[in-house]
Design a protein around this ligand. Structure first.
Ligand code: AMP
Length: 219
């Protein structure tokens, strides 16, 4: 299995689709948001800095983010491919990633752009919940993504909670950051001929079946 990079605006379903692909194809789901959230809990200057950036909807510096990612990609579960969710976030990170791939003798793989309308994305953010134990993602506003029991994870019975950065105000800031920093990556990867565009406004299952078709080489 080749590696997969997901590029998407906030709330396009990166986390959900990454988890589905990870489960079906048995490759690890690496979310830089999760790596950074873990590092932000460390009681040091770096932890404090990361927490501040994440809470205000800004990006964490490329140095910190690429350093954490490079460490993670050297773990043995990444030997047969992995899913990158939330990285690269800008063209500088995309270039740094190419250097990491060179250093670790890995291939680029697929780049999937999950395309979604801003208003649909905004509605999704208000109801988003994630499991504090296994990381599974739900949405209380979407009948297809609701947990079976309010507040409880279907898979592991962990407690579901809303992320501190999932407010409308922070969503708008994150969307602006996306347009400025991340959207240029679409042209960057299109030029390299590795980008596949997938409509993710149609819900979890339809989006996933488009991804499966692409991975089978028929999209
Ligand atoms: P996410 O979980 O991908 O929505 O990311 C949550 C937050 O983590 C973002 O708003 C950023 O503050 C930070 N973050 C995640 N990935 C990156 C990245 N590749 N570069 C810089 N900051 C990131």
């Amino acid at each position: 299995m080749k590696s997969i990079i997901f590029i998407a605006p906030p709330a396009a379903g990166k986390g959900t689709q990454s988890a589905l692909v990870s489960e079906k194809y048995h490759i690890p789901h690496i979310s830089t948001g999760d790596l950074l959230r873990a590092a932000s809990r460390e009681n040091n200057e770096r932890g404090k800095y990361i927490k501040e950036q994440m809470e205000t909807g800004g990006l964490v510096s490329d140095d910190v983010t690429t350093g954490l990612l490079k460490e993670r990609l050297q773990e043995s579960d990444c030997d047969n491919g992995y899913i990158l969710d939330g990285f690269p976030r800008n063209v500088e990170q995309a270039k740094a990633y190419e250097q990491i791939l060179d250093d670790l003798h890995k291939e680029m793989g697929y780049v999937i752009f999950l395309d979604i309308d801003k208003e649909i994305a905004k509605k999704r953010i208000v109801g988003r919940l994630s499991c504090s134990k296994c990381g599974a993602v739900y949405n209380s506003m979407d009948p297809n993504l609701k947990p079976k029991v309010d507040g409880i994870c279907d898979r592991c019975f962990g407690i579901l909670s809303q992320r501190a950065d999932d407010t409308e105000e922070i969503f708008n800031k994150r969307f602006d950051t996306y347009l400025k920093e991340t959207e240029p990556l679409i042209a960057y990867y299109e030029e390299k001929g590795v980008l596949t565009r997938i409509d993710s406004g149609l819900g979890k299952e339809k989006t996933f079946s488009q991804i499966e078709r692409m991975l089978r080489g028929s999209l």
